[in-house]
Write a protein that binds this ligand. Structure first.
Ligand code: SF4
Length: 277
C-alpha cells in the first residue's frame, strides 16, 4: 500500500454510517468502543524493543522508539492491528487444538525466546516435526503481494531472531517460515508460505542467516547510541538518519506530514526527508 501525505491525512477518523440517523449514531458509538479499546492495548513504544521491531530499516523510527518519544501519528487506523491480534489469538487455539486432536505434541505456540538478552520476544509457532520456526502474518492484499515477491526485511529479521532464540535454547531449527494469510480475503486458499534454511546439514547457522542477524545487531547498537543522543538532548528525532518508505511511514508512530510545514514534532516522512544508505 502506497500512501501519500494527502491520503494519510484524508484517512483521519470519519463518522461511521448507517441506514438512519439513529443507525449512523449507533455505528459511531460501536466504532468508538473499538477505537477506545485499541487505544488501551499495550503501548508499542518501549525502550527494549522486541524482534518484530529490530529489523525495521529506518534508524529514526527505531531510535525514537528506544528513546520512548511520544507518538505523533494519531491518524493511523487501528483496525488492521485489531484484526491481527484477534487472528493471532485464534491461531494459538488452532495449533494447540491440533496437538490435542492428534495426540502428538507437534506444535509449540506463543513461546518466549531470547535471541538477544535485551530483546526477547514471543514466537508464534515451533513445529517439532519439521523443526521449523513459523511466524504468522495476517495481511491485506498489497502486503500479501509484497510477501510473495520478497518479504520485507523486518519480517525476515523478526523470523531469524525467533529462529536464533530457539536455536540458543538448544532446539533444532532447520528452517524458518512466514505463513502469510489473506486476512481480507473470503477464503484461506490464498495462504502462502515463504521459507528459508536456518541451519545447514552440519547443524551450523547458514552464512546468509548470520549475515542478516549480524547486520541487525550492528544496527541495534548504533540505534541505541542514537537513542541516547536523543534522551540526553544532544539530538532531536529529525537529526537521526531516516529511511522513508511509504508503507513503513504510514504505520510509524512518529509520522506527522505536517511537520514538513510547521517544523513541529514528528517526522515528515516520505518525500520530505533525505534517505540514507
Ligand atoms: S515516518 Fe518514516 S522516515 Fe520518519 S521515522 Fe517513521 S519510518 Fe522513518
Amino acid at each position: 500500500m502506497s500512501v501519500s501525505p494527502e491520503e494519510f491525512m484524508s484517512a483521519a477518523p470519519k463518522a461511521a454510517t448507517g441506514s438512519s440517523a439513529w443507525a449512523a449514531r449507533y455505528a459511531s458509538d460501536i466504532r468508538r468502543a473499538w477505537l477506545e479499546h485499541a487505544a488501551q492495548a499495550p503501548r508499542t513504544l518501549q525502550q527494549h524493543l522486541g524482534p518484530s521491531e529490530l529489523g525495521v530499516e529506518c534508524d529514526r523510527q527505531v531510535a525514537g522508539k528506544m528513546a520512548a518519544l511520544p507518538e505523533t501519528n494519531h491518524v493511523v487506523d487501528p483496525w488492521p492491528s485489531i484484526r491481527g491480534r484477534a487472528l493471532h489469538s485464534e491461531a494459538e487455539d488452532v495449533f494447540d487444538a491440533d496437538n490435542a486432536r492428534t495426540g502428538v505434541l507437534r506444535w509449540l505456540t506463543e513461546h518466549r525466546v531470547t535471541p538477544h538478552p535485551e530483546h526477547p520476544g514471543t514466537a508464534d509457532l515451533y513445529d517439532a516435526v519439521e523443526q521449523a520456526v513459523v511466524d504468522h502474518k495476517f495481511l491485506g492484499t498489497s502486503s500479501m503481494a509484497k510477501v510473495r515477491k520478497t518479504p520485507p526485511r523486518k519480517y525476515r529479521g523478526q523470523l531469524l531472531l525467533y529462529g536464533l532464540g530457539y536455536y540458543l535454547e538448544g532446539l533444532p531449527v532447520k528452517r524458518v517460515a512466514i505463513a502469510a494469510y489473506p486476512a481480507t480475503a473470503g477464503s484461506l486458499d490464498g495462504l502462502y508460505v515463504w521459507d528459508q534454511r536456518f541451519t545447514g546439514p552440519d547443524g551450523e547457522i547458514a552464512p546468509e542467516v548470520v549475515e542478516l542477524l549480524t547486520e541487525i545487531f550492528t544496527d541495534t547498537e548504533r540505534r541505541k547510541r542514537q537513542a541516547e543522543e536523543i534522551t540526553s538532548g544532544r539530538a532531536r528525532l529529525n537529526d537521526i538518519p531516516a529511511s522513508p518508505d511509504n508503507d513503513e511511514c504510514y504505520f510509524c508512530p512518529f509520522y506527522r506530514p505536517q511537520a514538513a510545514k510547521d517544523g513541529g514534532t514528528g517526522c515528515p516522512g516520505p518525500g520530505k526527508v533525505a534517505a540514507v544508505s
